[in-house]
Design a protein around this ligand. Sequence first.
Ligand code: M6R
Length: 361
Amino acid sequence: DMGGHDTYMHKEIHEQADAVDRVLRGRIDDRFSTVHLGGLNLDAREARQIRRVKILGCGTSYHAGMIGAQMIEELARIPADAEPASEFRYRNAVVDPDTLYVAVSQSGETYDVLAAVQELKRKGARVFGIVNVVGSAIAREADAGIYVHAGPEVCVVSTKCFTNTTVAFALLALHLGRTRDLSVRDGKRIIEGLRKLPAQITEILDREEEIKKLAEQYAGARSMLFIGRVRGYPVAREASLKLKEVSYIHAEAYPASELKHGPLALIEPALPTVAIVPDDDLLEKNRAAMEEIKARSGRILAVAHQNQEKADQTIVIPKNEDELDPILMGIPLQLLAYHTALTLGRDIDKPRNLAKSVTVE
Ligand code: M6R
């Protein structure tokens, strides 16, 4: 049932405010400015013993994991990084008992992730799952975990589950942070930010007409570049994947800081750039990157918290706490990918050559 929408992708994009509401529900503890995660089975002493966090997932779940790793480093000050589960399992990685491994999967059935989890468990590691489908293989195999409660996601192209997974990571980061050095004050600040998310998502989705017009302008591009820096970089990666999957337009994501180390050679009017420009401590650096692109007559579409003079167009979105901004910044670009695909007449819910869950090697 598409509930009045023409595609599941459109329906699922518009379900995100409710979905985020669900992942937060019943988990916030205002008294101690933290969150309760029932399925975690981790007491404070164990939480404090974690020396590293390694996040494993594929595709969109890997990108959500990249955002999660940054949140864990920022809020809990535990070294954290994300890696494609497929790469991890083939490189005979060192498995360390003081590392918390986190497997991320919408379906809970992705073979590469499941195989990584099984190998980790065989070596005695502690593995958490951040999964959408309740009772799925990865959920069952993991020692503990967090369900993301995005609800059923039918479209092959993941949208609402990505957003909910990033929120689940914010909860995990806050929880770990509050067993360590994150202050009550910062805990409160993050909780207030989390509570603002559903209304801010609605605010972004209300700009759909404007984004649709932009998509119609960019649909003729043969290729697009997505740039972001630190918090913006995983957002750029995910937006680039969305565009490729659903519109078949070639897209590439780069850290904005790496532009001058190669990709600047590509800049010309026919290669538009989408720049992720949060209003954080890196704003001036991102402006400088846009200036370099403009100087080479590149076109720029910015996603930002205020209008960007260096960009040809800006999609202005609401500001949250710096650490939580990545949860919101990709949402207008889901709509951009959707409307680009619609303009090009693509098979939106079932892009060619792809399956919803990849249960083979
Ligand atoms: O079900 P999973 O989250 O484990 O799936 C992982 C990827 O196959 C998936 O995210 C894929 O990249 C999507 N088609 C993204 O839209």
